[in-house]
Design a protein around this ligand. Structure first.
Ligand code: PMP
Length: 392
């Protein structure tokens, strides 16, 4: 309430000794506010003047993450989250924040290409998330250019000095499968691993990802896509510094309000070791998948992608599929435009296969929408499939 907040602020101003301020909203621990000290002051209550401190008459409160309390706490909690979920190695790695992971995908292309002696060809194996192509083309620069399907380079890159940057989403958008890079990393080949969906609601977690450049996002973890928060886990210091440089020019650092929001969300996720959110979300997603699969098992016309059973180190069980998207194939010769078939015959709106550099015989259907949206989708499919049975 407003009264409690005012009271907490009053406590904070006393306990942080006038040389700092406390964080409200969950940052009062055991009745004591956690203080963020003004520059040149330290100690638990910010009462100690630090020796030889420069009188900074230069800049305001932008996020220079080295000395922002929120950023440090956020980084600490992100590392804790990955350790508990077991989906990424963070020890000895740098963490860079982004306005969603979208911004970091291009920051990574920029940073990796800066270390290359000739312009990089940016590739992804089809079907791939369209933003890899769209963004790389939009930001096209002297040092990088979108080249197309990674599998076209599969044979031959290793023995040429061609510089390549490959995007790999795992689980993949659109087909939900865990994926490895097509090209082997080496002096000329670098990979950007997009782990937007590498969380226990969408997939089994067989092992912690241990790659040089790994990108995560709040959008698919808790669903807060509108807060625009993502993070990159980066092994190489130089690549990390180039990503920071990109950030400093693109937006002078990730919004502190967004960081505060992300910190609160991650702390809530961590309260019960993630059990609450991950168990609920896995149950929801696998339930939807099972229902969809059941309805389509009666069809000869439509086929869903296969996702194998896998042991999940987080839940300590073998887990069935629970993807964020159905990647539906129209099997009949004449249904070469699957998007149109669904749209016209069943009033279902998907996304065309061609958006993912794939055939239009495929359509992507989002399963991460509301229960009402999903139920309507199921009703439409039931009707469509029952028409098929009547014809036979
Ligand atoms: N990567 C993949 C594979 C995605 O599907 C998405 C969201 N559609 C993103 C990245 C971008 O997410 P955001 O910018 O919200 O973090």
């Amino acid at each position: 309430s407003a009264g409690a907040a005012a009271e907490a602020e009053a406590v904070a101003s006393i306990s942080c000794s006038g040389h700092g301020r406390a964080f409200l909203d969950g940052f009062i621990e055991n009745g004591t506010p956690v203080c963020e000290c003004n520059a040149c002051y330290g100690g638990l209550d910010c009462s100690q003047l630090l020796p030889n401190c420069v009188a900074d008459a230069d800049r305001m409160s932008y996020d220079y993450s080295d000395n922002s309390y929120i950023s440090q706490e956020l980084e600490k909690n992100i590392r804790k989250l990955h350790a508990i979920v077991g989906n990424a190695v963070t020890d000895g790695r740098y963490i860079v924040f982004g306005a969603g992971s979208t911004q970091l995908l291009n920051a990574a292309v920029y940073a990796l290409s800066m270390n290359m002696s000739s312009p990089a060809k940016v590739v992804a194996e089809k079907p791939f998330y369209p933003v890899y192509k769209e963004q790389t083309e939009f930001f096209k620069a002297k040092q990088f250019e979108f080249h197309g399907d990674a599998s076209l380079l599969r044979n031959g890159t290793s023995n040429t000095n061609e510089n390549v940057i490959e995007f790999v989403a795992s689980p993949n958008n659109p087909d939900g499968n865990l994926k490895k890079a097509v090209l082997e990393e080496g002096p000329y080949v670098k990979t950007i691993h997009d782990y937007a969906y590498y969380w226990p609601h969408y997939t089994a977690i067989p092992a912690p990802a241990d790659e040089d450049v790994m990108i995560f996002t709040m959008s698919k973890l808790t669903g807060h896509a509108g807060s625009r928060f993502g993070w990159g886990i980066v092994k190489d210091k130089n690549v990390y510094e180039n990503m920071l440089k990109y950030k400093s020019l693109a937006d002078s650092g990730t919004s502190k309000d967004t960081q505060l929001r992300a910190l609160k969300l991650i702390k809530v996720v961590l309260e019960d070791g993630g059990r609450g959110i991950f168990n609920f979300a896995y149950r929801t997603m696998s339930g939807r998948w099972t229902k969809l699969k059941h309805v389509l098992s009666l069809s000869k016309r439509f086929k869903l992608q296969e996702i194998p059973l896998l042991f999940c180190n987080y839940s300590r069980t073998v887990k069935g599929a629970s993807p964020a998207f159905a990647w539906l194939k129209c099997m009949k010769e004449e249904d070469s435009n699957c998007y149109e078939v669904l749209h016209h015959e069943a009033n279902i709106l998907g996304r065309k296969g061609s958006s993912f550099n794939a055939e239009n015989r495929y359509v992507r259907l989002s399963l991460v929408k509301s229960a009402d949206d999903f139920n309507l989708l199921m009703d439409r499919f039931k009707e469509l499939v029952s028409k098929e049975e009547q014809i036979q």
